[in-house]
Design a protein around this ligand. Structure first.
Ligand code: ADP
Ligand code: MG
Length: 320
């Protein structure tokens, strides 16, 4: 099988995708953006050995490669239009490709986000997806749009993906606790992009970011862009049952510096509280109000004992 057979066999799907004038097969795909909308564009790469183990389940990889990109659209309040896939493969492994495509298209179909093009080369296993979405002007959930006094909201909960990762790495403290490993692995390997929540927050929330590098570090980006600080209440943080048996120190690590959570962290005016709760209920996504934005710079955490400490806003850095 050659490059073009591979593309035809695994990445071309029958049936025109609504909203796509021209998909796979020409030099470019053609998508007409709706009048008055802005394109929202984002790329995320998954590299073997850096983002996933060499023996990772290909179906889960297909899911995750697209999920992390859709998560960026969600964090902008954008609706998906389509995506491209640039893939480099050491060899053609039909069974692997078929599972990978299965995971990829299951999620793509769920969110009506068609594959419209890409590139296929030989090389170390590397997956790069670019997603295209659209959002109405003035409604995009930008990082620099948080305001003093805003509520700080979190979708879902953080920490389980990191716990699964430490377990799979064989880290001693993660091996010695009783956890729901299947549930934690699901969070690590098959994250749910919070797209319906993101889209319904467009125009309602002020700023948003999706959590890929740990809550504290990612919130740090919003605070820096908006020129603000924040207070978080530990007692308001949702804690997964699997984190209950950890020491306070490890639980803190997972909750605030975990990574791979793919939840939305967003800010909205206190006057929008009821509308925010209703929007989240309508899309069936749990949310928690975990803190508040302030003009006082820095990130502070109020513990269960009322003591205030500084939260290190350093996120994961590939070259740090
Ligand atoms: P070009 O030579 O113009 O770069 P290619 O020969 O790389 O085009 O690809 C041929 C067609 O197949 C293009 O429409 C391209 O977008 C599409 N394509 C290539 N690889 C992939 C892939 N992995 N997934 C989806 N479409 C792909
Ligand atoms: Mg090419």
């Amino acid at each position: 099988m050659g490059e073009f057979d591979l593309i035809r066999r695994h990445f071309m799907r029958a049936g025109a995708a609504p909203g796509v004038v021209l998909g796979i097969g020409d030099d470019c795909a053609l998508i007409p953006p709706r009048p008055g909308h802005q394109l929202a564009i984002s790329s995320d790469m998954l590299v073997e050995g850096t983002h996933f183990f060499p023996d990772a389940d290909p179906m889960a990889l297909g899911h995750k490669a697209l999920a992390v990109n859709l998560s960026d659209l969600a964090a902008m309040g954008a609706r998906p239009l389509g995506f491209t896939l640039a893939i480099s493969l050491p060899r053609i492994d039909d069974a692997w490709l078929s599972s990978f495509a299965g995971g990829l298209f299951a999620l793509a179909n769920l969110y009506n986000c068609p594959l419209v093009g890409g590139d296929t080369t030989r090389g170390p296993l590397n997956l790069c997806i670019t997603v295209f979405g659209e959002v109405a002007p003035q409604q995009a959930l930008r990082r620099d749009a948080a305001r003093d006094g805003d509520d700080l909201w979190l979708s879902g909960r953080t920490g389980e993906a990191r716990l699964a990762l430490e377990r799979l790495r064989g880290t001693a403290w993660a091996l010695s606790v009783d956890i729901d490993l299947a549930a934690c692995r699901e969070r690590l390997e098959r994250p749910t992009p919070r797209l319906s929540l993101g889209v319904s927050l467009a125009g309602l929330a002020h700023a948003a970011i999706d959590l890929s590098d740990g809550l504290a570090g990612d919130l740090g980006h919003v605070l820096a862009a908006s020129g603000l600080g924040a207070d978080i209440e530990l007692s308001a943080m949702p804690v997964a049952p699997s984190l209950a048996g950890l020491s306070a120190e490890r639980r803190h690590l997972c909750l605030f510096h975990g990574g791979d959570d793919y939840e939305l962290l967003f800010t909205a005016a206190p006057s929008a509280r009821e509308a925010v709760v209703r929007a989240a209920e309508d899309c069936g996504t749990p949310i928690h109000r975990i803190g508040r934005l302030t003009t006082a710079k820095g990130l502070r955490l109020t513990g269960r004992d009322g003591k205030v400490s500084t939260l290190d806003a350093q996120g994961f850095d590939h070259f740090g």
